[in-house]
Design a protein around this ligand. Sequence first.
Ligand code: NAP
Length: 315
Amino acid sequence: MSEPIAFLGNLDPDEEAEFLAALATALPEETFRPFRTLTPAERAAVRIAVVANPDPAEVALLPNLAWIHSLWAGVERLVRDLGTGSAPIVRLVDPELARTMAEAVLAWTYYLQRDMPAYRRQQEAATWRQLPYRPPGEVGVGLLGLGALGSAAAERLVQAGFRVAAWSRAPKPVPVGVTGFSGPDGLAGLLAASDIVVCLLPLTGETRGLLDAGRFAAMKPGAGLINFGRGAIVETEALIAALDAGRVSHAVLDVFPVEPLPPDSALWRHPGVTVLPHISGPTTPGSAAAVVAGNVRAYRATGRIPAAVDVARGY
Ligand code: NAP
C-alpha cells in the first residue's frame, strides 16, 4: 500500500465529497485523504497532492511532496501562491474539458455570427427588422491561444465552416484549415483578420492586460470579443471605451479580474456585454479523476513526474 495522497482545496463540502468519490472510483488502489485528516507522520510521508485552490500554508506542511496535481486547467493562482520553490505543478489537461470548452466557443461564436445581441435589442424596442445573414465561411474567427483548449476549439470552428486563425507564443503546427500566427508580431495580423476574437490564453506576465486600447484599435471595426481565458487579460476600461465607440460590437465575458463580478461593475449593465458566471469550461469530477488516475498510475509505475507547468513562463 502506497502512502496516502493528500487532497487540499477550498471546495464546499458537497463538492469535496464529489471529487473524493470520483477519485476513489478512478483509483481504487490509492487512498485520498483531505489534508485536515492527516497526522503529522502521514503529512511527512505524502508524495502527491491533488489540489483545488489550496491554502498555500497547508501545502507548505507537506515537506516531502514530489508533485502537485491541480484539478483546474488554469494555474496562475497556484503558481503565484506557491512560488518558485514549489514542487512541480501538473495542471488538468482533460479531453472532456476541451470538448466542453470547444462547444462553448462554437455556441457563443454562433451567438455573435447570428446577431443575437442585435435581435435582443430589437425585441426590447419591438422592432421587426431582418439583418443580413453572414455565412460562417465569411466570418473570420481568431483564437488567442492554441493549447489544449484552443486546438479543440479551432477544430470545432473549422468543422462548422468558419475561417479560423490562431495565435500562439511560439510557431507550432496548426490543425488542418487553421491559419497560424505567433509571437508579438503575429498578433496584429490575427486581430486584423478576425470578425470575432476568442481569448483562450492563460494569465501570465505577458498576457495580463494584453487586450488594451491599442489592441482594440487594431481589431476590425465592429468585431466581437469572447473571453473564456482569464479576466485580467482584458483591460475593462479600454473594452468599455471600445464598445461605446462601436469599435467592438459586443463582448461575451465568462471571466473577470474579480470573481464573482462585483454588483457595481459597469459590465453587468452595459448593453454591449454578455456576462457569464465562469461556466464555459467547468471541471467535471468524473473526467478530471480519470486524468488524475492516468497521471498517478504512470508515476507509480515509472517514478517519472508528469509534464509540469513552466513556472518561469507562467503556464
Ligand atoms: P495551454 O494548453 O497551456 O495553452 C495555452 C496557449 O496560450 C498556448 O497555445 C500558448 O502558446 C498560448 N500562449 C501563452 N502565452 C502566450 C503569449 N504570451 N503569446 C501568445 N500565445 C501565448 O492552456 P489550455 O489548457 O488551452 O487553457 C488555456 C486557459 O484557459 C487556461 O490557462 C485557463 O486560464 C483558461 N480556462 C478557462 C476556463 C473557463 O471556464 N473559463 C476553463 C478552463 C481553462 P504556445 O502553444 O506557444 O505555448
